[in-house]
Design a protein around this ligand. Structure first.
Ligand code: PLP
Length: 238
């Protein structure tokens, strides 16, 4: 119990510091910090730790792995806070995620849209999604290229049970602060341009960008969700 409460205090301090930095970055950009949701990226954390962290000043959880999402839901680890799916999603796994994640951040192809559409239709729900953009066209990374975005937006016409809320991106890990910030600016511009297509299947108000090392730059460039893992939970093993 001693160890746990020390851990909790440490996590609470980290979250308070993150909130302060978000507020400062938002103020510098003339934004209201309440526009920025803090997503705790809880991959590789136990249900116990997730449950523990649900009492912190975070808005929602971000899950990368379908198995962990199932486990954490089974254990009621989110304690009523929303959960988003932020990791790569295989088409044959969508049934475990649709209707459970309030927002799926990582949609990057028509095949995945179709699979989510089929499942959401079966469940008679509307599933919110983001398109993940591979800004630097890294071969190893998920995400659609900027050029491919229009085709995905058009495909929403065939997906009445989807609602596109915006865009997500993960800039290359080896980029400098300046390069990373330029990526965030480009994602915002891309969202603004896509916003011309706004209709009932595309309500483009969400920018998911910024992680432990880059969230202040992301907030200055318009992030509405920052996804922070190590900054809250400490370094991961898995
Ligand atoms: C792990 C992860 C994060 C958080 O990364 P940290 O560097 O631990 O803050 C954010 N987004 C996605 C998609 C992730 O997989």
């Amino acid at each position: 119990m001693m160890a746990l409460s020390a851990d909790f205090e440490q996590m609470a301090d980290r979250v308070a510091e993150i909130r302060r930095k978000i507020a400062k970055a938002a103020a510098a950009a003339g934004r209201d910090p309440a526009e920025v949701f803090l997503c705790a990226a809880c991959k590789a954390q136990t249900s116990g730790t997730v449950r523990f962290s649900a009492a912190l000043d975070i808005d929602l959880f971000g899950e990368n792995r379908m198995q962990e999402l199932r486990e954490h839901l089974k254990e009621d680890a989110f304690a009523g806070k929303p959960c988003h799916f932020i990791g790569q999603l295989q088409t044959n796994k969508v049934r475990h995620v649709v209707g459970k994640a309030a927002l799926i951040h990582s949609v990057d192809c028509r095949r995945l849209m179709d699979a989510i559409q089929t499942e959401a239709s079966g469940q008679k729900i509307r599933q919110d999604i983001l398109f993940e953009i591979n800004l630097e066209r890294e071969n190893s990374k998920a995400g659609v290229s900027e050029d491919g975005l229009d085709a995905l937006l058009e495909h929403t016409d065939d997906c009445p049970n989807l609602r596109v809320r915006g865009l997500m991106a993960i800039p290359p890990a080896d980029y400098t602060e300046d390069e990373t910030r330029r990526c965030f600016a480009r994602l915002r511009e891309l969202l603004e341009r896509a916003g011309a297509r706004r209709n009932d299947r595309a309500v483009l108000d969400t920018l998911s960008m910024g992680m432990s090392g880059s969230y202040e730059a992301a907030v200055m460039e318009g992030a509405t969700i920052v996804r922070i893992g190590r900054g809250i939970y400490g370094e991961r093993n898995g």
